[in-house]
Design a protein around this ligand. Structure first.
Ligand SMILES: Cc1ncc(C[n+]2csc(CCOP(=O)(O)OP(=O)(O)O)c2C)c(N)n1
Ligand SMILES: [Mg+2]
Length: 734
């Protein structure tokens, strides 16, 4: 891409107004006017139906140009939002880049035609890929700031390594770097806004939050979103912040404000909050008409505060430019925008064949042989499990082998951080002299803080979007967050970050950015008393999300080997851990050692058989084994059981091979039957293996309801070994 740093930056950091040269004043005007000219040209193209969407920066230019000129592209980090055209331009995105976005050209540097225009992205400038979701970027900015601090404090973390995701993530950082993230005033109503300033404040992170307050969120005026109508008043008590509420229509004021904010952040004093009052001169977007909800008087009052008109008058009034000179400058900028548009309209469009490129990493394939070290190493040493288990040899539980894998990987890879609710041994680390430590409600992270310190293992606030949003920010910088959502039942506040950000980051940025986060999630029922909020399943909601890898081990050894692959690979992974299996006698194993990995997408035949195939995973594996043994004993039915182990990718070849042999198949899972994971597998079997089937494809799943507290109800709701036995007998007799 054309990532030329604008001439304003090339001339260095801007001085305060009384020191701004005439040349710098003209440069500010040039950037503001160019931004407006690009907006206006895009609007024309949209009216001519040559592009398909437009959303402008009109009225926000002085605020955004001020921000850009006070900061350093390619050094500081930027998490903008869709209205930040002038910011992007002033950071170094060119009008041609913008027009390529508008057209949706193959060479659109932000997304290759995948995203709407004005969804920015430039690795060279450190502009992280932007989504349409309001406020998700704020938590990512916080994680980015944390990562920068971690690298500065522990430079060894940045070391390059071959053989895992680190080979594809070069790290750059500066001890005094700043992160800027921008948001509209309406979007400050999102919970994630508050979650972000919470952590930035608490950790004194060098993040500048810019609220661009144009008084409207589409048609909703500020007083509806913000009690009292002023966000500055509401945030004023957050500690460690530098606050500034400013007139965002005057670029001299805005540059000064951002310089002061950046100085506060660079000095390590904490985050900054800049609340800029601006005007929205055009409607929300070209799909909106503000005449439908704003009075004429109000719109006209905004026009009088147009930052470009005001600055134009000032340049002329101060004798910096004559009317003729400024007219000439404006004409040349309009021509620049028009020429950029003409060139972009000629640019080749993206090829249809490339649509699925970058859904997953193109560099590191977690199904590949490099992850196939499945032969466990020679008998493990008798190290104590970090959760304080007694020194002993012998088989380990799934909980222990997950804990051991985390420990081994953290020893090997300094870029791993582990956090979530209650995962630390003790946030007040001094207490560890006299207490054992918590280490997770299921003790899966026990001992990790004690060994690796509080910079690498720590508690998050009780806020799931906070956990995942920050993890994305960490991962964008090349770190490996392995975070925990305490119970699957509480993953929903993070769903927005997972579905609209984590999974899509690589695809939407056309391979420029990636967020290979691991999210460990205890899941499932059969707990006796877990009920609705501690026993649900729901994995198909995540397998229905492209971009995510979904893992669901049924035993200790698989959990250990698959978690290692999850951590080393370069895709985001949802790692489901069945709570009932954590300490089960079934599936215990010796510690296989620190290099044991299992590739994704390889099912395991846990019981070979000839009469029919049972495809399953998770807690149904031991239940299926029990049913199959009984079926053999009492009915002479020889069942082959396939444990899928990973749900996306899944091992279609193994399923097909088994079905071709047995000609009968049942897909069984703990999750609800309707629209469940089995529906997809059953449908594909019916479609592709129709001629190999001697009987219909059957499915087993929970009743289409929630998991109940009373064990009698839970037993009836979830599939039991008897349910499976019945299905085996029925299908064999079909
Ligand atoms: C999570 C989410 N909800 C709703 C929308 C639809 N939407 C897009 S912009 C917008 C208004 C945003 O207003 P504000 O934050 O004030 O920013 P402005 O557009 O005024 O700059 C809404 C509701 C969205 N993009 N994301
Ligand atoms: Mg607004």
């Amino acid at each position: 891409m054309e990532a030329a740093i604008s001439s304003a930056h090339a001339s260095g950091t801007y001085p305060a107004r009384d020191e701004l040269t005439a040349q710098q004043m003209i440069e500010i005007y040039r950037l503001m006017f160019l931004s407006r000219a690009v907006d206006d040209r895009e609007i024309l193209l949209k009216r001519q139906q040559k592009i398909f969407f437009q959303i402008s920066s009109a009225g926000h230019e002085a605020l955004q140009v001020g921000a850009a000129l006070a900061l350093r592209p390619g050094y500081d980090w930027f998490f903008p939002y869709y209205r930040d055209g002038a910011l992007a331009l002033a950071l170094g995105v060119t009008p041609y880049d913008m027009m390529l976005q508008a057209v949706g050209a193959a060479s659109d540097p932000a997304s290759g035609g995948r995203q709407m225009p004005r969804h920015w992205s430039s690795r060279a400038l450190h502009i992280v890929s932007t989504s349409s979701s309001t406020a998700t970027q704020l938590l990512q900015a916080v994680g980015c700031g944390e990562a920068g601090r971690a690298f500065s404090k522990h430079p060894a973390m940045a070391a390059k390594a071959e053989g895992d995701y680190r080979a594809f993530h070069d790290v750059d950082f500066h001890g005094d770097e700043v992160v800027l993230t921008c948001v509209g005033e309406g979007s400050t109503s999102q919970g994630e806004f508050w979650e972000a300033i919470n952590t930035a404040s608490n950790q004194k992170l060098p993040v500048i939050f810019l609220v661009e307050d144009n008084g409207y969120a589409i048609s909703v005026p500020v007083e509806v979103n913000t009690p009292g109508g002023n966000i500055s008043r509401l945030v004023a008590n957050f500690p460690n912040f530098h606050f500034a509420e400013i007139d965002g229509n005057d670029p001299v004021v805005t540059i000064r404000a951002f310089q002061e904010a950046a100085a506060h952040c660079r000095a390590g004093l904490g985050p900054a909050f800049i609340h800029g009052h601006v005007v929205r001169l055009y409607s929300h977007s070209l799909s909106d008409d503000d005449k439908n909800y704003r009075s004429a008087a109000e719109r006209e009052a905004d026009l009088l505060r147009d930052p470009i008109a005001l600055f134009r008058t000032r340049l002329i009034g101060e004798g910096i430019l004559t009317v003729t000179e400024i007219d000439e400058l404006e004409h040349s900028l309009e021509r620049e925008a028009a020429e950029a548009a003409e060139r972009a309209l000629e640019a080749p469009l993206p090829a249809v064949e490339g649509i699925t490129t970058h859904v997953y990493s193109e560099d590191l394939d977690p199904t590949s042989a490099s992850f196939a070290t499945e032969q466990p190493q020679a008998a493990a040493k008798t190290d104590a499990a970090p959760d304080g288990g007694k020194k002993r040899a012998g088989p380990r539980t799934m909980a222990e082998l997950i804990n051991i894998c985390l420990r081994d990987e953290m020893r090997r890879d300094p870029r791993i951080v582990v956090y979530g609710e209650d995962v630390a041994d003790a946030s007040r680390a001094e207490a560890l002299a006299e207490v054992k430590g918590k280490g997770g409600v299921f003790k899966l992270t026990a001992g990790l803080q004690s060994e690796f310190g509080s910079d690498r293992v720590f508690n998050s606030p009780l806020a799931e979007a906070n956990i995942v949003g920050r993890a994305i920010g960490y991962a964008l910088r090349g770190m490996k967050p392995v975070v925990e959502i305490q119970f699957f039942d509480y993953i929903w506040p993070a769903m927005h970050q997972i579905r609209n950000e984590l999974s899509v980051m690589r695809w939407r940025s056309n391979g420029t950015w990636a967020a290979p986060v691991v999210i460990r999630v205890p899941i499932g029922g059969y707990l006796t008393g877990g009920a609705i909020y501690h026993s649900q399943s729901g994995e198909s909601l995540f397998t229905h999300t492209p971009g995510l890898r979904v893992v669901f081990p049924s035993n200790a050894l698989d959990a250990n080997g698959l978690l290692r692959t999850a951590i080393r690979c370069d895709d985001p992974v949802l790692f489901f851990e069945h709570k009932r299996l954590y300490r089960e006698t079934y599936g215990r194993a010796q510690d296989p050692g620190p290099d044991f990995a299992i590739p994704f997408g390889k099912a395991k035949i846990v019981r070979p058989g000839t009469d029919l195939t049972l495809v399953t995973y998770g807690a149904l594996v031991p239940r299926a084994l029990q049913a199959a043994q009984q079926a053999q004993r009492e009915h002479g039915i020889d069942t082959e059981i396939l444990d899928l182990r990973t749900l996306n990718p899944y091992d279609w070849e193994a399923i097909a091979e088994s079905v071709r042999k047995t000609n009968r198949v049942i897909v069984a899972h703990e999750d609800m039957l309707s629209w469940g994971y089995g529906a997809e597998i059953a449908s594909r079997i019916a479609d592709e293996l129709f001629h190999d089937l001697d009987a219909p494809v059957r499915r087993i799943g929970a009743m289409d309801t929630f998991v109940a507290y009373q064990p009698k109800l839970e037993d009836a709701i979830l599939p039991q070994p008897e349910t499976i036995l019945k299905a085996l007998v029925s299908l064999k007799g079909f």
